[in-house]
Design a protein around this ligand. Sequence first.
Ligand code: FES
Length: 104
Amino acid sequence: MSEHMVCLTSDLESGTAQRFDVEGHRIAVARVGDAFYAIGDRCSHEDFSLALGEVDSENCEIECARHGASFDLASGKAMTFPATEPVASYPVTIVDGSVVVELS
Ligand code: FES
C-alpha cells in the first residue's frame, strides 16, 4: 500500500474531474461538494479517459464522454450501458488541504 498526494483540494472545483498518472495507475479524481473520489481513469468499455467526462453531482457518478456509460464515483461500478464492468476505485483522504490517493 502507498499513499500519493495528487493535488490540492483547491485545484478541483466541485462537479469536475481531472486525470492523474501515479505509478502506472491512470486515476480520475473527481470532486462533488467537499467530497473527493478516485477511480480508474480507463473506461471499461473502450479505454477512454473518464476524467474527460461529465460529473453528475446529484447521483455521484461520472459519464464517459465517448459513449455515455456512467460509473459510480464511490465504487467504480458501471451504472449504465454500454459499460458493464467496473473500474478500480481508490480510497481518498484529505491531509492538510491535499488530496491523497491510496494505492494497494
Ligand atoms: S468508451 Fe466509455 S462508454 Fe464507450
